[in-house]
Design a protein around this ligand. Structure first.
Ligand code: ATP
Ligand code: MG
Length: 409
């Protein structure tokens, strides 16, 4: 679990602000759910056979004897809230976005933490392929807006309750024949959810999985039509994608469209965002039979990527170097006025020499330094040094706000 410190926190804010702005333009509103829920919600919502529920959840018994878990992902909570609020029953077409911390007890490594953060969306009540395409398009838009480098969209269809069972049988058959060479996790998984084996990161398993049956050979007519329509929509939006039959999702309820935004710049942890359709989930959690499509993005991985790209958010201050207490007192309302006008103002809290104040201004990356001594106060003007050019000139106190606000605009 990591701290997020400046200057990185500014980059986080930019990512979050961009998500809010872009998602709002698609008609999505924010939903905030608690970070802890009854463990049972995730058992049912994420799925018993998933690695999240099997071994990654931080769950504990509280003082009242209830089993509580820190949320490992966002979808189950959003679905619960969507049902509990009555929206699912009264006006099922609804779209939400969320952002915040998630918790999984995994082995920490590059791009993998135990507290990490996701930005996610859920679109309920639309069974047709336009929903899948819109969610993908929205994330594509968001990542473009941030200028995230080297991102590939990979898509697949996981079939539906009509065709998936025959694929599961064929896959199970294949996995049984190679049981001896599969890892312990896969051996445990195959009885409960054989598709999970396709997601195994183990080298030995990967090798076998490359030759396993491929889902596309089992799709029913409806699944083919749905997937074709999603691809057509993406084509109309000029969104490039790669079809990858090995994309599966970690959650049990995914069906039909599954997708990932991956990058080749982060090593093994290559999925920046991932999502898909989960039509059975709302009903499984006690709501009406409502379709759903969602996607979640890992903020840490996105930030790693943006930083590799040299991305940095700077907000250089105007720095006040003040000599003596009377200068400081005279500047107090001036500084307040500048801040009220939206200018970032910093000053040296200790009354040190001009030289050391200038050094601090430099360290702070100031865009300008306002130098004020008793003489200046008496004349009603200050000396402004532009740090980029080194040029210094007198500015009337009355003009100071206009001076900086104009420069900033
Ligand atoms: P992975 O296969 O990379 O573990 P996942 O399938 O477990 O991903 P999801 O549950 O789909 O991931 O979560 C969506 C996104 O959240 C991932 O694509 C990733 O960017 C991010 N993410 C998931 N787990 C972690 C983690 N432990 N630390 C940081 N980011 C994570
Ligand atoms: Mg994972």
């Amino acid at each position: 679990m990591a701290d997020i410190l400046p200057p990185d926190s500014a980059l986080w804010q930019r990512v979050e602000a961009t998500a809010r702005r872009v998602f709002a333009n698609y008609g999505y509103d924010e939903i905030r759910t608690p970070i802890a829920e009854p463990t049972e919600l995730f058992r049912r919502g994420v799925g018993e056979s998933t690695s999240i529920v099997e071994k990654e959840m931080y769950s504990f018994e509280d003082q009242g004897g209830d089993s509580i878990a820190l949320r490992p992902e966002g979808t189950a909570s959003v679905v619960r809230a969507y049902i509990e609020s009555g929206v699912a029953a009264s006006d099922p077409v609804a779209s939400y976005y969320y952002m915040g911390p998630m918790f999984r007890r995994e082995r920490p490594q590059k791009g993998r933490q135990r507290q990490f953060h996701q930005i996610g969306v859920e679109l309920f009540g639309v069974a047709g392929p336009l929903a899948d395409a819109e969610v993908i398009a929205m994330f594509d838009h968001f990542l473009r807006e941030l200028d995230a480098p080297s991102i590939t969209l990979e898509i697949n269809s996981l079939g539906c309750p009509a065709c998936r069972p025959s694929f599961d049988r064929a896959l199970l058959d294949y996995l049984h024949r190679h049981k001896g060479s599969l890892c312990a996790d896969c051996n445990r998984r195959i009885e409960r959810n054989p598709m999970r084996a396709l997601d195994c990161k183990n080298e030995g398993c990967r090798h076998l999985i490359d030759k396993a049956p491929v889902i596309s050979e089992f799709w029913c007519g409806d699944c083919i039509a749905h997937f074709d329509a999603v691809k057509r929509e993406l084509g109309l939006l000029a969104i490039e994608y790669r079809q990858n039959p090995r994309i599966v999702r970690g959650l049990d309820y995914y069906m039909r469209t599954a997708f990932e935004f991956t990058t080749d710049r982060l090593g093994a942890q290559n999925a920046v965002a991932a999502g898909g359709r989960y039509d059975g989930l709302v009903r499984a959690l006690g709501g009406p039979d409502v379709a759903g499509v969602g996607c979640a993005l890992g903020i840490e991985r996105l930030i790693l990527l943006l930083k590799q790209h040299g991305e940095e958010v700077k907000s250089p201050p105007v720095f006040f170097a003040m000599l003596g207490e009377s200068a400081r007192e005279a500047m107090l309302p001036v500084i307040q006025a500048l801040r009220a006008a939206g200018v970032r103002v910093e000053w040296d809290y200790s009354a040190r020499s001009l030289k050391s104040q200038m050094r601090r201004a430099d360290r702070k990356g100031a865009r300008a330094v306002v130098i004020v001594g008793d003489d200046e106060v008496a004349k009603g003007e200050v000396s402004v040094k532009e740090m980029a050019t080194g040029e210094q000139r007198a500015v009337k106190l009355a003009d100071l706000t206009r001076h900086f606000v104009k420069v900033e605009a």
